[in-house]
Design a protein around this ligand. Structure first.
Ligand code: ZN
Length: 222
């Protein structure tokens, strides 16, 4: 297995993000001014000149687990099974693009449905998840969207009476529960602040868990 470090993986995702923004006018995007619409694996595949196939399901079974995504490098092709929920399809597709960009030794690769919540023992799998999180949820955008929803947010989410009220949760419970409980709350609550805003995980089109993990990784929720 070819060894690359995580910094390389993150840099590749950042480079791709910058290219998508730079060439956004040439890509098929509904609203090119919305950064989050641009950070889409289908758009990334178009930019990378990859074929993106969308069958209802992938007829390949690996033990008991169903295949949700494939990378077939010689054909420059990514295949994503449509029967899984959109947030899993998007994350799995971003994961395959991560393999494409970082793991040249993966010629033909298959994955089960992913949202980054399963921590694999395989380093390439963890790196592809890291790439997906970096591509779909850039730090600055996550921070901006957090501030829109929680105006008192500054660098780190503070759990007090005010934020507990917004999160619709008892402050003591919030403080006593593990970090993941708090991060999932912040990821999944749609706060009402005079205008309608969807939740963080809906905004980034990822699962609650994927958003929660990202909030933790970036140090925004502890
Ligand atoms: Zn994989």
């Amino acid at each position: 297995m070819q060894m690359i470090d995580n910094r390389f993986v993150v840099d590749q995702a950042k480079k791709l993000r910058r290219s998508l923004w730079h060439y956004r006018k040439d890509l098929t995007i509904e609203n090119i001014d919305d950064h989050i619409q641009i950070l889409n694996p289908i758009v990334a595949a178009e930019f990378l000149d990859l074929i993106y196939e969308k069958p209802e399901e992938i007829e390949y079974y690996d033990g008991q687990k169903e295949i949700a995504g494939m990378l077939i490098r010689p054909e420059k092709k990514i295949v994503i099974a449509q029967k899984f929920p959109p947030e899993f399809r998007i994350f799995t597709a971003a994961h395959e693009i991560g393999h494409w960009a970082c793991h040249r030794d993966l010629i033909s690769h298959r994955d089960i449905s992913l949202d980054g919540s399963i921590i694999s023992s395989n380093i390439q799998e963890r790196q592809a998840n890291l790439f997906a999180a970096e591509l779909l949820m850039p730090s600055k955008l996550v921070e901006t969207e957090l501030k829109l929803r929680f105006p008192m947010f500054f660098g780190q989410f503070i759990f007090n009476d005010d934020t507990a009220f917004i999160l619709g949760e008892d402050l003591r419970t919030l403080r006593e529960m593990p970090t993941r409980y708090r991060s999932v709350k912040v990821a999944s609550v749609a706060p009402y602040g005079g205008m309608y805003l969807n939740s963080m995980h809906q905004r980034f089109k990822v699962s609650k868990t994927a958003m929660a993990i990202r909030l933790e990784t970036l140090g925004f929720v502890k």
